[in-house]
Design a protein around this ligand. Sequence first.
Ligand code: DAH
Length: 341
Amino acid sequence: MREQLAKMKAEALEALGRVQTPSDLDTLRVQYLGKKGELTAVLKQMGKLSAEERPAMGQLANEVRAVLEEALDRTGRRLEQAALEARLKAEAVDVTIPGAVHDIGHKHPMYIALDEIKDIFVGMGFTVLDGPEIELATYNFDKLNAEEGHPSRDWSDTFYFDTESRVMLRSQTSPMQVRAMETMPLPIRIIAPGRVYRKDEVDATHSPMFHQVEGMVIDKGVTMADLKGTLNTVIEKLYGEGTVTRFRPHHFPFTEPSCEMDIQCHKCGGKGCPTCKGEGWIEVLGAGMIHPNVLRMSGIDPEVYSGWAFGMGLERLAMGRFKIADLRLIFENDVRFLEQF
Ligand code: DAH
């Protein structure tokens, strides 16, 4: 029995030395110290011993149990320590590795152009206004002298919200002229940039949503010469000194006289090329002297005050400013395009 205990102890210690996992350790604990384990099996034979032999053998068995328990605990601690070390190694962060650089976005080219436009006008004493995109037809048409039946009011051109054609997505920023006249003290110098909506199919120069910048000046003694001088100054600041412009007669219900302004094509210098569709000129805005009816409807006496206004397409201006060939690029937000500005 003495040899049995000694052999068991040696085997157990040897097995513990090889243990790699907590579950193997548990298996060994049960195998040697469990109720049906090897030590218990040896102790069961104590009955066969003589009364003199029994105490010494009992003591020896207890010693073996103590040695094994201690060895099991020690092995348990060794496994825990090894597991902790493995985890620390696996989760270690090398703070000296250079970090990944995140791309920071930047302003959209159209808003770069808009900010330039705003800066130029603010420098000339204009205030920048913001207004509703959901607009009353009264402001979008009636008070701008576009009477019932005017072609621009047609359902095929305009996004109305109701069957009576009273509420709509604004088709131009011109209603901001009326809103300014109704709320601001005279004299008035404003620009009003924003989105406008028309039932257009998308192509290289059209989109059902686009942006305009409205501008308006009302004061005593304001003339068409002020309009031309101001717009020429703005265009030279945007497109560079010496940019050639021309004013063509046109018709708008809310201005009299009315005109459109073209700039000489920056690509071909007026000879005609694909960018200007062979014209040599690119139309950039509509403008004119504010119609006396419009002033009167907003409570301003046209005998005392006069004014001019303009509305320009922001996309078209940005396209000219950055030499962009297709309007769709402005809205698609493909980073390969945007990163170029
Ligand atoms: N609202 C016009 C349009 O969308 C552009 C325009 C023309 C605005 C003449 C004006 C103006 O303020 O005076 O076509």
